[in-house]
Design a protein around this ligand. Sequence first.
Ligand code: G6P
Length: 471
Amino acid sequence: MAAASHDPVHAPAAPAPQVLVAANRGPLSYALDADGTLTARRGGGGLVSGLSSALAERPGSLWVCAALGEGDREAVRRGVSEPGVRMLDIDPSVYDDAYNGIANSVLWFTHHGLYDIPREPVFDAEFRRRWESYRAYNQAFADALAAAAGEGAAVLIQDYHLSLAPGLLRAARPDLRIGHFTHTPWASADQLAMLPADVREELYRGMLGADVLGFHTSDWAAAFTAGAEGAGGLGRTRVAVHPLGVDGDELRALAHRPEVDEKLAALRAEVGSCRTVLRVDRTELSKNIVRGLLAYRELLVTRPEWRGRVVHLASAYPSRQDLAVYRDYTAAVAALAAEINAEFGTAGWQPVHVSVKDDFARSLAAYRLADVALVNPVRDGMNLVAKEIPVVSEAGCALVLSTGAGAYEELAADALCVNPYDVSATAVALHEALSMPAGERADRTKRLAAAAVALPPAAWFAAQLSGLLPS
Ligand code: G6P
């Protein structure tokens, strides 16, 4: 990607539109080592993986993102950055209030229905202070986009961190074509009704500054539309559904690198002749990892024939550890896994293998090998893991899939679908998945893989853009 120009493009033929994207997380984040070295690292989550591969095919675009921590701030100060990426060095306390205090503690919880209702949420003076920071953070993005965008440029704003940015940008630059894409679910009207009325209205006003609002599923789009109707209607804004998929060729190529072959050999040695149940997630409350482990434990209790014959590979890498509720959840996952191992493990068999490292090569190796994938979020915007596993699987992998995952809309027919709260039903589904005849497993996996590659990132991105530009 080349740095975007500040000047409008004046060309006789229809010029390719200048494209800017805005997302809290950039394609890379920097860690500052004790000796002052900056090490770049790719971020986790579906947004970065989808956008990174889409933008790789679109030279000339600019990705505006926030400096996430000290490493990124130092990179901004030293002028170190990827071409086509502009990091905003927002005041650290404003950033912390906006990212941890509002985006991840209020909006994420509201859209995923994660509140522990007898205690939360509490909208008090502290909340109002943080909301001011959320506004300032959105304004910083709107200002940077307004300054970088040429006349009539297309701007694609991503996710719940930037719900106010479309409206703020529209006010500054009415000439721009503004899209917003939500990677999470959209809360139901009841869930959104918990927010103070003026905050809820501000949220809708911000979103409705966009020309087009994109969602992964028709359910999330319908929830937005229903809520907007209560808040005065959609007006000129259109709502579109673009379910992000995976790039099958790219993913299979990644999964067959020598590094992954080595990890696969190591995994084979680790699991021996046992069947495998795989899950791969950020350690994230919405992913429902604890109930997944409870279901696996119930499987070992109700179906003792699996003892010694199955291994649960749970990759749960750390996420959002600034928030106590995430640290507690991470500890609860580790404690329950240890409990299951203590209860059922033998000298030659460890029932749960937890890996807390974000090791994509190991995950790809596990995708190739797994017999069963467990994807049981309480609610999830899409869940790309559910799409990646069937694409990479070698002999076929039975998918146990929550009805709360966005991917359910496209994958339900060939998955074993479960209510994410129903631990016993999930245990039964795990048993059925483990017992599925090899031929059926392979057939279902082929159909799941075909559905998973229906809208790869480049096409997903192009669909957002073409919805924004005049035909
Ligand atoms: C989800 C969100 C993304 C976010 C990712 C990782 O996929 O939709 O916007 O980047 O989680 O979370 P983090 O807080 O680490 O960026």
